[in-house]
Design a protein around this ligand. Structure first.
Ligand code: UDP
Ligand code: MG
Length: 339
């Protein structure tokens, strides 16, 4: 097979990560430099931080890092768009510069040492490499339970998602070009990327505890991701409603015949409890079904408006100088700002 280019861009979404960034950036820097030294990746490889509308000093720290070393680059959103948009923006921004992109969380819970294995898979011809966690020991009870329910539900609904694969993954330039063709606003990359096909592989890694700061995935953000995941990948819930509606109609029809027979034979009994239970059940089911249908209608509404999936306020990318290739620092580079 023809050898492919080896410029790697690490895309790191950051939302209020001022506590972890100074530590994480050092570890990422050292890892990338060691990969460069080994010749595993090109010396023009970079770490691209995506600031997802943080309200703390995250962007200032990223700017300082970019100023100190051209191995760092940064992209900043105009507001918080969420983790999925942040990694998508990073990947799309890196597409024209990189041969492969790996997305990794800023908190380094995902083992960065697994990068070597990702690159090996890429070199053996994979276009997509999925990082899958070995266990969930570091997660709290709520996170574990909600993840299990979510993956169980997704599989039941026929969605092709990989259990325990978060967004630690490698995409080649070819896969990125394919991803850029998807214009959907309702983003669920974990479900979307496997539908693209391509030769792929899996790399297993251990998950560590968060070194600093708290989880940025609040319960509300997790719930939104789960609903986005289901509604963007499957229309099975609507089919279930149709089947449920059909069964309920059959039952009602049988009840009507039964009541008519009762009435004709003059055996009318007061059925207070029955009618109350049936009407409550019907009311609940109707509202719930309407809600699910509404969820899809809402998503169609957002898709038809086709609003931008994110707005980039600034983008810093400095060219790697020859001197820096010798691992030395030089002065200011050129900033590219998309205003
Ligand atoms: N994140 C983001 N935007 C958000 C929430 C989270 O970019 O609105 C980033 C966050 O900075 C981190 C990654 O997504 O790099 C994963 O978040 P976190 O570690 O808080 O999630 P957890 O590991 O608890 O699931
Ligand atoms: Mg985390």
């Amino acid at each position: 097979m023809k050898k492919r280019g080896n410029i790697l861009y690490l895309v790191v979404p950051c939302y209020n990560e001022e506590e972890i960034l100074p530590i994480a950036s050092g570890i990422m820097h050292d890892k990338l430099k060691s990969l460069i030294r080994k010749g595993a990746v090109s010396c023009t490889s970079k770490i691209l931080f995506v600031n997802d509308g943080s309200r703390d000093r995250t962007w200032q720290i990223i700017e300082e890092l970019c100023r100190s070393d051209s191995i760092f680059s940064g992209l900043s959103f105009s507001r918080n768009y969420g983790h999925q948009s942040a990694i998508l923006a990073g990947m799309l921004a890196a597409r024209s510069h990189a041969d492969m992109v790996v997305t990794i969380d800023a908190d380094l819970q995902q083992d960065i040492e697994a990068l070597d294995k990702f690159i090996e898979c890429y070199n053996s011809g994979c276009e997509i490499v999925y990082g899958v966690r070995n266990d969930r020991d570091t997660d709290g009870l709520l996170k574990k339970a909600s993840a299990n329910i979510f993956y169980g539900l997704m599989h039941m609904l026929g969605c092709n998602v990989m259990s325990n694969h978060a967004d630690y993954r490698l995409l080649s330039k070819r896969a990125l070009d394919a991803l850029a063709e998807y214009k959907e606003v309702n983003l669920f990359l974990r479900g979307l990327i496997p539908t693209m096909g391509f030769q792929s592989d899996v790399v297993y890694f251990d998950v560590k505890k968060r070194e600093a700061g708290k989880s940025k995935y609040t319960f509300k953000k997790m719930l939104t991701l789960a609903i986005d995941g289901i509604t963007s990948m499957s229309t099975r819930p609507i089919q279930i409603i149709t089947i449920m509606g059909f069964l309920v109609s059959l039952f009602s029809f049988a009840m009507i015949i039964y009541c008519m027979v009762d009435w004709l034979s003059g055996r009318n009994v007061p059925g207070y409890t029955t009618s109350l239970v049936v009407s409550l059940l019907m009311g609940g089911l109707t509202i719930f079904s309407l809600g699910i249908v509404g969820e899809y209608v809402g998503k169609i509404y957002l898709e038809t408006k086709a609003r931008p999936r994110f707005i980039v306020e600034s983008f810093i990318l400095r060219e790697t100088t020859d001197k820096e290739n010798g691992l030395e620092l030089t002065g200011e580079g050129q900033d590219i700002c998309l205003k």
